[in-house]
Design a protein around this ligand. Structure first.
Ligand code: LLP
Length: 425
């Protein structure tokens, strides 16, 4: 083991790069499994019926869905493409849930043909389409009704919004959710399993989830009184925060589950409603910290007394988050792990765009062309939000586990990039 090299899942990162090249996404599969198990085991310890659906928008590929399947997770898909990937991964269809604020006929048709576990119904247009397609296929479908509970979660806190203002789900304050329920209950092809809400992403406290649970239960109480309806399932979404930098202080994942179980149990008791199954949809918290992106350093531009720009062979095409959300990351020089920190540099991507900066003011050992830079916690919304800007091919993805590495997504080639281009005669 070379001491001054970064090791991921017991493997020398420099060896990985010699084998697979850069930029490279490396996932420590053991970490993914640990996260998944922390969620499921906490529910099991509390003896609560549950589903933990991996939100595949965070990172979808056949291999990650195979791991999710092995860990007994359910799956949240939001498009035909994500559903297609799940089917290719042989994911159990009855454990797939479909989301989306604008599901089209083809997506709903595919979900119905494959008899997926449930569709999270989002709007009235979707109800029209669903009813039409269920009739056409002579099939039944389980649904959850997505509501916006009027809680807007921010990174470190939350606020209660008086007015609903979201493109997702049915508005609670205007009674649209109740109207949607009434319509769904009238259709014998539709079974309304329960309700869904999602308050946001990268949330570091449990209070927002508790408040959302209270709002949902107050609505369920009304629905019980008005329509005699009882939910078998309450899905409280995802959004559990992770550590990107040392400034982030995420809660252990089991604490979110404990808070949700306590809140649902208490609310069900208070309103004398039956205890529903609790479903959650974590994406980032399952794969985020398990992923690292490794780049090769190219040009180093030193502007005396101003800044040192260190450019790497990827950037906003494999990680749009710094440019899009001003997201912060930390990184290490993978081939100089134990060397003393001597300088502060800023890490630039390769795109023709001044905004393509991955990290500002990173402290590193003396860094030079040919070094390997490993950016940490890139496992969620990195590869999945990749683009081909400047016609950069998508990076490769490697899984490491038990001291072995395996390529799970091939690096795109230039030929891949032009495969759909047609010449103009
Ligand atoms: N469920 C629903 C309905 C969602 O909308 C989302 C995320 C999740 C679950 C999973 O949330 P997670 O546990 O991963 O936070 N691209 C952004 C994040 C967008 C999240 C969209 N919805 C980012 O890179 O931060």
């Amino acid at each position: 083991m070379i001491q001054n090299h970064l090791h991921i899942g017991g493997i020398d990162a420099v060896d990985l790069i010699n084998q697979y090249g850069t930029p490279l996404f490396v996932y420590d599969v053991e970490k993914i499994r640990e996260n998944a198990r922390l969620f499921t085991q906490t529910f099991e310890e509390r003896n609560v019926k549950h589903q933990v659906a991996y939100a595949s928008k965070a990172f979808s590929s056949i291999a990650i869905l195979q791991v999710a399947k092995q860990e007994g997770l359910s799956l949240d898909v939001v498009s035909e493409g994500e559903l297609y990937t799940a089917i290719q991964a042989d994911f159990p269809v009855e454990k797939i849930h479909m989301h989306g604020n604008n599901k089209n006929r083809d997506e709903l048709d595919m979900a119905i043909r494959h008899q997926i576990g449930c569709i999270v119904v989002d709007n009235f247009y979707e109800i029209d389409l669903l009813e039409e397609l269920l009739e056409k296929h002579q099939r039944k479908m389980k649904v959850l009704l997505r509501v916006t509970p009027g809680i807007e979660a921010h990174t470190h806190d939350y606020i209660l919004t008086g007015q609903e203002d979201s493109k997702f789900g049915f508005d609670l304050s205007s009674h649209q959710a109740g109207q949607a329920l009434q319509r769904l209950l009238q259709n014998e092809r539709i079974h309304v399993q329960g309700v869904h809400c999602h308050i946001g992403s990268q949330i570091f406290e449990t209070q927002g989830f508790v408040m959302a649970t209270k709002k949902v239960f107050s609505m369920l109480k009304d629905w019980h009184n008005q329509f005699g309806y009882q939910a078998e399932v309450v899905n409280l979404g995802g959004g559990f925060g992770i550590r990107y930098t040392n400034d982030d202080e995420p809660l252990p994942l089991n604490e979110y589950v404990v808070a949700l179980v306590d809140a649902v149990t208490e609310q069900a008791k208070e309103y004398q409603l039956m205890m529903p199954e609790i479903w959650i949809e974590p994406g980032r918290s399952i794969v985020g910290e398990a992923g690292t992106t490794i780049y090769t350093v190219g040009s180093v531009k030193d502007i005396p007394d101003v800044r040192k720009y260190v450019s790497v062979d990827g950037g906003m095409t494999d990680n749009i988050r710094p440019a899009l959300y001003q997201a912060k990351y930390e990184a290490v020089v993978a081939n100089k792990i134990n060397q003393p920190i001597t300088e502060t540099v800023s890490i630039a991507g390769k795109c023709c765009e001044s905004g393509d900066m991955l990290i500002w003011d990173l402290e590193v050992p003396a860094i030079e062309n040919g070094d390997l830079l490993a950016v940490q916690s890139t496992g969620a919304y990195g590869y999945s939000m990749s683009s081909h800007y400047n016609r950069f091919p998508n990076a490769a993805v490697v899984f490491v586990e038990n001291g072995k590495s395996q390529l799970v997504v091939k690096r795109e080639t230039y030929k891949d990039l032009v495969q759909n281009d047609l010449s103009y005669e």
